[in-house]
Design a protein. Structure first.
Lengths: 313, 388
């Protein structure tokens, strides 16, 4: 069996987040070197603050200042920092209960090694030089010997509050199309469309997926289909998609290759977009070195009769 | 032992808008949940369990909303779970919650669905750059437009039907204070003159991108007896799924949708949906899906759905009003859209729909679908409890 294909797939998006009143005050406070918590119904101070009381579910808005100094409640050593982590040298992830708070905040502790870190150790905030109203305004924590630092006396009313943040998300996958699609993709590179027939319903899947979703059985028998096919239906795309290098308008069509049990999707060219019709007979147009047909063009055959493809709609 | 009857005693929605920059996601869901509790005159302590649904994770960048939102929804110390079935999720979330009440696992359940589309990009979420595949698609409209063309060919519908639906739904939305789009100067000519995006779908025949949440309080007979306002009673509910693409799929009228509707009608004792159902809230993100679903749901024979639309049967004052609220075409916080259909159906039979109330509505259908016509969820609600 040939090796299955693999390729990196990076999914990355800068999600935005509206903060609401409590997170807005918290992050704006960090910009001003003020750490705010919120008081709950039972008199505890939560840092970082939340909008709703975890016990009573009531809305809570009573913001109070806590100190930039605190105590490590637990920790884990990070031997190999990854991109976008707070420090680029090995550091400790710490939960820090700031002086005046009842809950602990997760952050990084800059320490020379794990031997220099222990639960109960005193730490203080090292502020970032440039602060924007984000959790990274705390550059990290650093070891500290001393009592509670002084408060600023501020609990809000900041000028120009931060109301939103950008929360970039990134996932690094290794994508594999699997055994069946690898065979299909490799055949496509030789300009052949090879599907797989279901041993039960006898329908041919192009692209194949290794199993028939209707019958629930594996498909192994390879069947070459096409190269000609019929446009079963289509739309004319008039809006240009970001990151997609296709001039509009173009025709996005469902094409049932001769012998296939369902239509695949492709672009129609070689004919004015407004002359494309259901039943149009087409063939693939290949470009050198491409993994798939660039588009499909009319073959010049008479249009297919509706009854020949109506079951494929 | 028979199932416990399920009643809807509280409904809450946010005003759906393009962007709710004033609230966090927690603040958004809280608003809908609070309104549902107020409607039912209940407190957080009266809720036994919480079931939430939202859009696909890539749409929103929130992977475990049930963790993040427990405080905001008063779920601490209670069972809380999350349901996920793409665009139909609002409907299936409500059905999971209803199942808990029907099974007598919980007496009163808060169910809620939401989306903040402004903080993400659904078109991006639908167009991930899968290796070895040719990039072709241009969003959901590009996916569904060929199916609309296939419907037009199969039914022989005139190409103006889509614009009639959009014109109706946008006018209905003017009577719904929670709808996103309030196009006071809408005319049929404007709909028909709007740009063709994915021919045969025009701009005005597509749904907006919205921020919003919807919540319901579901309860048992004892809870319904204490309710301050008339409850809506669930008479039937079902979900079905099928693959997005398979040999033999009918993309115009999927078998899973037909089977789902048939199951609901059987449970509710509906012999003739066209006669026995007074109003429908169906998931119509592109206007042509109204005639398509009218057929799929059994309100018209195959190829005949557009005739109901054309004859005005689905207008607010028609014989079978469809999407009295303005529908998905007038507000589409995707994750919430299915639950809004379910909730609006319940509002109708409770007589609480305000200006878009259908006089004397006794039985209403709520419908949702998602994925590539892959998931279906529906419920039928009535003003009277089910027969014992």
């Amino acid at each position: 069996m040939p090796e299955v294909l693999k390729a990196p797939l990076v999914v990355e998006f800068p999600f935005t987040r509206s903060l609401g009143p409590v997170q807005s005050a918290f992050l704006t406070g960090l910009r001003e070197r003020v750490v705010l918590g919120v008081r709950t119904g039972d008199g505890r101070t939560l840092v970082p603050p939340v909008e709703y009381d975890p016990v009573t579910a009531e809305e809570i808005r009573d913001l109070v200042e806590v100190a930039p100094t605190g105590t490590v409640t637990t920790w884990a050593w990070n031997h190999a920092p990854r991109r976008d982590q707070p420090l680029d040298t090995p550091f400790a992830w710490v939960l820090v209960r700031l002086d005046g708070a009842d809950t602990a905040l997760l952050h990084a502790l800059d320490a020379p090694g794990p031997d220099a870190v222990h639960t109960g150790m005193r730490v203080r905030i090292r502020w970032a030089e440039e602060r924007t109203g984000a959790i990274t305004d705390i550059a990290c924590f650093e070891p500290y010997t001393g009592g509670q630092a002084e408060l600023t006396g501020r609990t809000g009313g900041f000028e120009d509050p931060v109301t939103g943040i950008v929360a970039p998300a990134r996932l690094d996958y290794t994508y594999s199309p699997g055994r069946a699609q690898t065979a299909y993709i490799n055949a496509l590179a030789e300009q052949r469309n090879v599907g797989e027939r279901c041993p039960s319903c006898r329908k041919v899947y192009v692209p194949p997926r290794g199993a028939c979703p209707t019958c629930g059985v594996a498909t192994l028998e390879q069947v070459e289909v096409g190269p000609h096919g019929t446009v079963t239906t289509f739309c004319i795309v008039n809006i240009k998609a970001k990151n997609l290098d296709i001039e509009v308008p173009y025709v996005y069509a469902h094409i049932a290759l001769d012998g296939a049990g369902l239509a695949l999707h492709g672009r129609i060219g070689g004919i004015p977009y407004d002359e494309v019709r259901m039943g149009l007979r087409v063939e693939p147009v290949w470009t050198a070195g491409a993994r798939y047909p660039d588009h499909y063009r009319p073959t010049g055959e008479p249009d297919a009769d509706y009854d020949t493809y109506r079951e494929l709609l | 032992m028979s199932k416990e009857p399920v009643a809807v005693v509280g409904i809450g929605q946010t005003k759906h808008v393009a962007a709710r920059r004033d609230v966090s996601i927690a603040g958004l869901v809280r608003e809908a949940a609070r309104r549902a509790l107020d409607d039912a005159e209940l407190t957080w302590a009266d809720v036994d369990a919480v079931v939430i649904g939202k859009a696909p994770d890539f749409f929103e960048g929130v992977m475990m909303p049930e963790l993040y939102l427990a405080d905001a929804l008063g779920a601490v110390g209670k069972p809380m779970l999350r349901v996920h079935t793409a665009g139909s999720v609002g409907g299936s979330t409500a059905l999971v919650a209803a199942g808990m009440v029907a099974a007598r696992v919980h007496g009163t359940v808060l169910t809620l669905a939401f989306e903040k589309q402004s903080e993400s990009n659904a078109m991006w979420g639908l167009s991930l750059p899968i290796p070895f595949q040719q990039p072709l698609l241009a969003g959901a409209g590009g996916f569904f437009a060929p199916h609309v063309r296939a419907y037009m060919r199969r039914s022989g519908a005139p190409d103006t039907i889509g614009s009639l639906v959009a014109y109706k739904d946008r006018r209905n939305a003017l009577k719904n204070p929670y709808a996103h789009l309030h196009e006071h100067d809408i005319t049929l000519e404007k709909v028909q003159a709007s740009p063709m995006l994915w021919d045969p779908i025009r701009y005005s025949e597509t749904c907006p991108s919205s921020d919003g949440a919807c919540a319901m309080i579901l309860t048992d007979r004892a809870g319904a007896a204490r309710a301050p306002r008339p409850p809506a009673w669930m008479l039937g509910g079902a979900m079905r799924s099928e693959p997005t693409l398979f040999a033999g799929k009918d993309a115009v009228s999927p078998q899973a949708g037909k089977d789902c509707a048939a199951d609901v009608y059987r449970q509710a004792g509906i012999a003739d949906p066209r006669r026995d159902i007074d109003a429908v809230e169906m998931y119509v993100p592109f206007s042509w899906y109204e005639p398509m679903w009218l057929e799929n749901l059994g309100f018209a024979a195959e190829g005949e759905g557009w005739k109901l639309t054309e004859a005005g049967v689905t207008e607010l004052d028609g014989d079978l009003p469809v999407n009295m609220s303005g529908g998905v075409l007038s507000a589409n916080p995707i994750g919430a859209s299915g639950m809004i259909r379910f909730a609006e159906a319940a509002l109708q039979v409770r007589g609480q729909a305000g200006e878009h109330q259908v006089d004397g509505a006794r039985r209403a259908l709520g419908h949702a679908y998602g994925g590539g016509s892959q998931f279906f969820s529906m419920w039928l609600v009535g003003s009277e409890p089910p027969d014992a």
